[in-house]
Design a protein around this ligand. Structure first.
Ligand code: DGJ
Length: 706
C-alpha cells in the first residue's frame, strides 16, 4: 500500500525505497515526521501531543511542519501568506479531512474562522521513488482573499550541515554544477525573469555524505517554467526547512468567492545509493510519467541544424546544398534555424511575422520539403513565438500587445519585446499563425526559442491591481499555446530552447519532446554542461550538435572529439557541411551510422558518470542497458605526462565475459567482475584525445566453463 492513514492519525507514504510521513497533531496541525529510507510500520511513528511552554522558542518554529503559514508565532520562512478582506493576515488552519484514492492523497485544511480551504495533494510514484506535492487554495466564502505567497510544498531534513548541489549559469555557461554547505540562515534559488533562466535551476539536491554510488540523497524539482523560488532555511532547531514553488517576490493573487488556485507540482525524490541512482530514477520517472507520448518511447532522430553554419543568412540555394550534404552523412531531420521569416536579416527585425521571406525563398519552402522527402528526411523550423521586434509588421499593427507601462519606454533585450500572453487576442494570434504555418508546410519539428525575460510587468489588458499576476499568467499562457498547438498537430515534435538551457525544467518537459541545453557547443565546455544537466534531467532530452571548430572564436579540436562529445546525448550536426573536407564527411557519415546503432542505449539506457575532468583528470561516462554498454572518455590535455587511465564501469554482470571493442584496437575479453573492480585501462595521450568503448556480453562465465 503506497499510502496508509494509521489509527494514530499518521500518514505514511511509501515508495520502493523511501517513506514520507506526517501526522495530524492534537490541535489539528500537520507535523512533518519523516522523509528517508523505507519504514513500513505506521505504528512506529508516535503522534505525541506537543506542549509549548511559552519560553523563547515558538513551537511552530521548533517543530517541523507540513504546511507553515505566515503569522501566529512563526518567524521562519513559511510556505503560504494570505490576507483576508478585514486585514487579518494569517491562515489559522485545522485538519478538516482527507481522501485516499490508490496512490493519491488529498488532505483538506480549513481556517478556524474564515471560509478558506487549502488542499495538499500527494501522489506516490512507487517504482521510481518520487512523491509529488501540489496545493490548491479555494475561497469557499464570498469576500475577496489575497494571497501573497503560495508554495507548491515544503519538507524538511533533520540536523545541520547539509550540502546543496544546484546549477549556476548564464548564457553560454549553463548547468555549472556547484556544491555548498548550508551553514545557517536562508539559501535562496530564484528566477525573476518570467522563465526558468540559466542562473539557477528550479531543483535542489541535498546530502550529507554521498557520492555517485553511495550515501543518501534527497532531491526535488519543480514542474514550473516561470518565476520560481526555493528557500532552504537552516533553522536553529536542528532541521533544514525546504520550501519550493512560484516566486513570491512579485506575486499577488486574489480569490473571489468560489475561486481556486492550484500550484505547479513539486517532485521529491530519495536515493539510498548516491547521485547515480538519483539521475537514473529521474530519467525513468521522466520517461514514464512526464514526457509526452509517443516520442517518450521512441529514439530521437539525428538532426541537422543550420544555425552555426549559416546564422541568419539562410536562402533556398544554400539550404538545398546543405540538405544534400546532410543526406550524405545520414541525417534524418533537417532543421532550418533563425532567419527564414519576415524581414529577418539579423536580430533587429522580423519576430512576430511568421511568413516565409519571399526574397530568400522565392518558391516558398516547398523546394526544401520536396528534396527532403526524396531523401526520406523530415523538415523542422525555428520559431520564437512569444516575441516581437519593434521592426515588424506585428508591432506596427499592435504596439500595445507587449508588456509595457504607458509612460515609459520598454527595455529591449536582443532588440525584442515580450508579447503579452495574458491577452487572449495575443494567444489566439500566436496559435493561429503557428497553426497556419504547420498546415501550409510539411513541418515535422519545431524548435521553440525564447531569448529574453519579461520587464515592465504591466498589461494594457489588466487593471493595475492585477499586474502581480502577470508572471503566473504568462507561464500559463505559454503552456496553453504549446498544448493547443500539440493538440492541433499531434504529429509534430517540439524542442524547448531559451538562449540554450534557459527553459530546462519539469514544467516544460510536460509539453516538449527535447531540450537544447546550451548555446555553447564547444565540445570540451559541453562535457561539464552535459554533466551538470545529467544530474536531474534525462539524456534523451539533451540535444548535442557537432559544430565547426577553429572559427567564430572557437578553439580548434579534432572532429572525433567533437563527435564523441555530442554522441553523449541526442546527436545533432551543426557544421557548415558545404565547407567540409571529403575526409570529414566520411568521418561524420561513419559516426552517424555508429550513433544510430548505439542510440537506444544512449537515449534509453542507464547513465553512469565515471569520471569528471576537474577531479579525476579525465571525463568518462557510461551508458548501459543491462546487457550492453557504451563508454566515452575525454582528455583535454595530458598533464605531467599522465596518459593512461583506468575507469571502472558499473551495472555489468560480474560473471559475464564482455567483448571489449575500442575504436581501432584489437578486441579484448574481460569478465564483468574484472572490469567493475580492476577497471578498464585507457590510453589518452594527446590534447583533446577521446575514445569510445563498447562492451558486449559474449557468454556468461558459467557457459564458458561448460
Ligand atoms: C538562440 C538559440 O539558443 C540558438 O540555438 C539559435 O536558435 C538562436 N537563438 C537563433 O536566433
Amino acid at each position: 500500500m503506497a499510502i496508509i492513514h494509521g489509527d494514530n492519525h499518521v500518514f505514511l507514504l511509501t515508495t520502493r525505497s523511501c517513506s514520507y510521513s506526517f501526522s495530524v497533531d492534537q490541535e489539528g496541525l500537520l507535523r512533518h515526521l519523516y522523509w528517508g529510507a523505507r519504514i513500513d510500520s505506521v505504528d512506529d511513528f508516535k503522534n505525541e501531543p506537543y506542549v509549548w511552554e511559552q519560553g523563547f522558542h515558538p513551537i511552530q518554529d521548533v517543530k517541523r511542519e507540513e504546511c507553515s503559514s505566515f503569522g501566529t508565532m512563526r518567524f521562519k520562512e513559511t510556505s503560504f501568506k494570505v490576507a483576508f478582506a478585514d486585514g487579518v493576515r494569517d491562515f489559522r488552519y485545522r485538519y478538516a479531512g482527507h481522501t485516499i484514492d490508490k496512490n493519491e492523497l488529498t488532505v483538506v485544511l480549513e481556517d478556524l474562522v474564515y471560509p478558506l480551504q487549502m488542499c495538499l495533494h500527494y501522489k506516490v510514484y512507487e517504482d521510481v521513488d518520487i512523491i509529488e506535492k501540489r496545493r490548491t487554495v479555494k475561497n469557499i466564502g464570498s469576500e475577496m482573499v489575497t494571497m501573497e505567497r503560495l508554495h507548491s510544498g515544503e519538507c524538511s531534513l533533520p540536523g545541520a550541515g547539509w550540502t546543496l548541489k544546484n546549477f549556476n549559469g548564464m548564457w553560454n555557461a549553463d548547468f555549472d554544477a556547484y556544491e555548498q554547505t548550508i551553514a545557517g540562515g536562508k539559501t535562496v534559488l530564484e528566477s525573476l525573469r518570467g522563465a526558468t533562466g540559466h542562473v539557477a535551476n528550479p531543483s535542489f539536491v541535498l546530502y550529507q555524505n554521498a557520492g555517485e554510488t553511495y550515501g543518501e540523497v534527497y532531491y526535488g524539482a519543480l514542474a514550473w517554467s516561470g518565476n520560481f523560488k526555493i528557500v532552504l532555511e537552516q533553522t536553529p532547531y536542528e532541521y533544514l526547512n525546504i520550501l519550493a514553488g512560484m516566486s513570491d517576490t512579485d506575486f499577488e493573487w486574489r480569490l473571489a468567492g468560489g475561486e481556486a488556485l492550484e500550484t505547479p507540482a513539486l517532485y521529491l525524490g530519495y536515493s539510498p545509493d548516491g547521485l547515480d541512482r538519483m539521475s537514473n530514477a529521474m530519467g525513468e520517472f521522466s520517461r514514464q510519467y512526464v514526457m509526452p507520448k509517443p516520442l517518450a518511447d521512441q529514439p530521437l532522430s539525428v538532426l541537422y541544424n543550420s544555425w552555426e553554419a549559416t546564422y541568419f543568412d539562410v536562402n533556398e540555394q544554400a539550404q538545398l546544398e546543405l540538405i544534400d550534404k546532410a543526406a550524405q552523412i545520414g541525417v534524418e531531420l533537417f532543421v532550418m534555424d533563425d532567419g527564414w521569416f519576415g524581414e529577418r536579416s539579423d536580430d533587429h527585425a522580423g519576430l512576430g511575422d511568421w511568413q516565409v521571406n519571399a526574397v530568400k525563398f522565392p518558391n516558398g519552402l516547398a523546394p526544401l520539403t520536396r528534396k527532403l522527402k526524396s531523401y526520406g528526411m523530415r523538415f523542422g523550423l525555428w520559431i520564437e513565438p512569444e516575441m516581437v521586434n519593434r521592426d515588424s509588421a506585428l508591432y506596427r499593427a499592435h504596439p500595445d500587445w507587449v508588456y509595457h507601462y504607458p509612460n515609459r519606454p520598454v527595455m529591449e533585450g536582443r532588440y525584442q519585446y515580450m508579447l503579452d500572453l495574458t491577452r487572449q487576442d495575443v494567444r489566439d494570434y500566436i496559435i493561429g499563425e503557428i497553426d497556419r504555418l504547420l498546415a501550409e508546410h510539411e513541418i515535422a519539428y519545431i524548435k521553440w526559442d525564447m531569448n529574453r525575460g519579461i520587464s515592465e510587468v504591466a498589461s494594457a489588458n489588466l487593471d493595475p491591481s492585477e499586474f502581480k499576476t502577470i508572471w503566473y499568467q504568462h507561464t500559463k499562457g505559454f503552456y496553453h499555446i504549446i498544448q493547443s498547438l500539440r493538440t492541433l498537430h499531434p504529429e509534430v515534435e517540439w524542442e524547448a530552447c531559451a538562449s540554450g538551457g534557459g527553459r530546462v525544467d519539469y514544467g516544460a518537459m510536460h509539453y516538449f519532446d527535447e531540450f537544447w541545453p546550451s548555446d555553447n557547443t564547444d565540445p570540451l565546455d559541453r562535457l561539464s554542461i552535459q554533466e551538470g544537466y545529467s544530474y536531474l534531467y534525462p539524456i534523451k532530452y539533451m540535444r548535442a550538435w557537432v559544430t565547426d571548430s577553429g572559427n567564430n572564436g572557437k578553439r580548434t579540436m579534432p572532429l572525433l572529439f567533437r563527435l564523441h562529445s555530442s554522441m553523449c546525448g541526442a546527436l545533432g550536426i551543426g557544421m557548415n557541411l558545404n565547407e567540409c573536407t571529403v575526409e570529414d564527411m566520411e568521418l561524420l557519415a561513419t559516426y552517424v551510422k555508429i550513433y544510430k546503432d548505439i542510440r537506444p542505449i544512449i537515449q534509453f539506457g542507464r547513465l553512469h558518470r565515471l569520471a569528471s575532468l576537474p577531479v579525476d583528470g579525465l571525463q568518462a561516462v557510461q551508458y548501459e542497458n543491462g546487457e550492453e554498454s557504451v563508454l566515452f572518455a575525454f582528455l583535454d590535455h595530458p598533464s605531467r605526462w599522465r596518459t593512461t587511465f583506468s575507469i571502472r564501469p558499473r551495472g555489468l554482470n560480474p560473471k559475464t565475459i564482455y567483448q571489449v571493442d575500442r575504436e581501432g584496437q584489437q578486441q579484448q575479453h574481460y569478465s564483468g567482475a574484472f572490469l567493475m573492480n580492476h577497471g578498464l585501462d585507457l590510453s589518452l595521450n594527446h590534447d583533446y584525445a577521446s575514445c569510445m568503448v563498447r562492451l558486449l556480453p559474449e557468454r556468461s562465465r558459467g557457459e564458458g566453463n561448460k
